[in-house]
Design a protein around this ligand. Sequence first.
Ligand SMILES: N[C@@H](CCC(=O)N[C@@H](CS)C(=O)NCC(=O)O)C(=O)O
Length: 337
Amino acid sequence: MSMVFVGIVILATVLVLWFLVEKSRRKTHPVTGGIQQDISLPYDEEFELYANAFSHCSRKTRLVMAEAGLSYRYHQIDLIETGQYETISAHYLEINPSGLVPTLVHNGHPIYESDDILSYVADHAAADAPSLAPEDATERAEMERWIESAVISSDDPMANMETRAGSCIPGLTMPAFMTAIRYIPLRKILVGFLFHPDKKRPAFFTAARLFGLRTMLGQKPLQAMLHKSRDHMRTHLGTLAKQLKRSGGPWILGAQYTLADVTWSCILLRVDETGWLDHFLEDEALAPVKDYYEALQSRPSWKAAITDKTHPIVEQAERDLKEAIARDAKVSGALYG
Ligand SMILES: N[C@@H](CCC(=O)N[C@@H](CS)C(=O)NCC(=O)O)C(=O)O
């Protein structure tokens, strides 16, 4: 047996062993929302938040912490579009075995699911923070309906676009994903084929990395999905505009800023940064949405949770996308046509 052959066999064995060990350390499983009293994690501060700069659900939790007047230790956890699949690292899976951000940790106990985090934080707000939920049961139910409409489901993020604005978000974000992924080395994206539970993600990001925005947007199934998300989102923004008129504003339920506004802040931010907002606002019936978005951006929580927590790749991807839309008729046609 030649030395070369022996070398290849040893190398292959080491690689297979490495793969098996890594795979066993990166197992994911669904989790139940809410506080997990039976799990105790190491912690330094009363509240610690594990979240990502670009993630819609993470942004909601940063906003609610700011609105509730709670300080926290921040752990930026990467998604592949900001650098690597850190949500499926052995370290993060000990904090949240679903492999999803965000996770809030309170005195060592993790709280899963962003909307459960919102209500938990509202219940534990600083004594001098204004209440983030109405007392009145009817108004509270109304707030819950608006929160529900902004949800991105962990099981099927694009399900029920007709009733959920949150389900339109992944589709509307695709073009921005395509510009962000240019900055990520291919080898890091390919790791997803080995370890990510949802192989559609590495498949999409590999294709986007190899073919780029223009070619990807030329694909008919992708365009159809983009247009479906866009058309449903337009209807949801119409419903929002009507609600703002009915309530008298400035917030969804009227004079009181609530958790519904926290969740809708993130919908509007995403629609804005991915180049859709100006397109939608060409419709004058949506004027109340413009005023509402400006009012949201002027709150101190926006600076603390959004402006101060940006990520260089996210900012660059936003600029690249807006530039491509302005410069390239094929890109703008695929989006708005
Ligand atoms: N329903 C969950 C959804 C969480 C979720 O989907 N998080 C995304 C980012 S917005 C994630 O962590 N994805 C992992 C990945 O992209 O690999 C929640 O509201 O917390």
